[in-house]
Design a protein around this ligand. Sequence first.
Ligand code: MLC
Ligand code: AMP
Length: 502
Amino acid sequence: MSGDLYSRFAQSFARFADKVFVEDDACNGAQSAARNWTYGDVEREAGRVAARLCKLGVAPGERVLVQTDKSVETLLLYIACVRAGAIYLPLNIDYTESEIEYFASDATPVLAVCRAQTLDLFRRVGGDAMQVCTLGDLFEQLTDEQADPVERQPDDIAAILYTSGTTGKPKGAMLTHANLVSNGNVLIDFWRFTPEDRLIHALPIFHVHGLFVAMHCVLFSGATMIFLPKFESGTVIGHMHNATVMMGVPTFYVRLLADEGFTREAAQTMRLFISGSAPLSADIHRAFEQRSGHRVLERYGMTETGMLTSNPYEGDRRAGFVGPPLPGVDLRIADAETGTVLEQGEVGIVEVKGANIFKGYWQMPEKTAAEFRPDGYFITGDMGFIDTDGSVQLVGREKDLIISGGLNVYPAEVEALLDDRPDVAEAAVIGVPHPDFGEAVVAVVQPVGDFDAAGVRAALRTDLAGFKVPKQIITLDALPRNTMGKIQKKLLREQYAGLFAG
Ligand code: MLC
Ligand code: AMP
């Protein structure tokens, strides 16, 4: 049997044909009304969508750019792309014209599928080589024709997910069929997924967490997914009595705790709460256990690597630790500068190797080479150590990166826009603790002349997705510098650590 991703999906389609795969809440104004989709329904619909993709000229290995709302149709489009052997390229719906323009020109997709309100924008940025249609139109044009699954090699690319960089433009992480199949298989085994599971899916589906970790765990194991348009604590709690697993970013857990409807009784049928994408504070971990009786299972991963470590299913789930490496993952700690492998207990950069590690960055061989050691280990940019029990603790990041509500913001991107402005002499963008988002983006600027912080935030919003726009802009007469003339961000982070406290 082929080792490609669709073949893995097809195993579930065959085994669980009459079982419900997706319970769609559909309160997001998507095309479909609320309904249940069996595995058989999803296979059949994906076959029709794949046939439409072929008619539109999408050939194996070509990119399909997708910026659509969370809906079952978007999920079907993903599965159809995999079936047609195309490369799926999802974008955050919050991305602006300039951001989309970059992705379209870098990835050269043959087809973009978008929302009605951005159709003109996509047509503008796409040029002649890219066909554009809305998700609604795509589904209206379906016929009864089915496309046969296209066989792909394990090393072929199944998806490209863009991640920003500390310098320069976002990079497209090429994820292969083997990457996604191997990580999914490991996770269903490690987290004990069965067809009886019912997962609350409240994450976006344009990131690794919602699209691959959550969705593949359900699809690979024959489980059922309660598909919600977004995280809203009341809705999630309302579904909990009928669910067994939830995956979320730490903000989900903070918001559940802030809702008094979240009680031990509400979580009675749940067997597992999983957190990742950003650090879950030990305080939240403990408060969650006290309230619900459940110890959250924290895991660690990246777009480029899929899931790397996990606290144990059985055994001690340690607050503040991300657990030992998952089966099949080699993880070591090295000196960030020299690459020398460090001893157990020493803090250094986390490096990883395994079948789940991506193939490289799309059309960026130099950047790819720079992020791998000669012996094949990928340099994550996260700092941490391995404890005596083999569990990893992350203590910081070597990369200048802010993670806000599970979304990555690279200060360099925001600083470049601020520095370009005539009313800004210089800017430093930092992450400061935030009770809801974990970290919040804050800009500290040295202004020139009249400075209107609200106006600057509004102007930034035209170029940046909302989550990247600083929650606050602070003005200073001069930014603190070290003797080398470098802005002391550490000092600024300390100085403004209490900005959102209380
Ligand atoms: C939205 N906003 C945010 C934000 N999300 N600001 C900072 N950080 C965020 N994460 C802004 C919006 O632009 C808007 O600003 C305002 O906050 C309210 O928007 P909203 O849409 O109502 O927000 P909300 O629905 O509350 O969303 C917050 C959230 C969401 C935390 C539920 O961001 C979310 O689902 N995050 C999960 C992201 C995720 O899946 N990460 C996984 C990456 S994969 P304004 O100014 O317009 O009002 C990965 C690998 C791994 O990291 O290991 O998993
Ligand atoms: P992304 O590029 O969006 O995939 O984000 C990956 C980054 O998220 C990692 O490099 C880590 O810095 C961070 N991350 C993911 N999971 C965790 C976790 N459990 N604890 C701390 N940081 C995490």
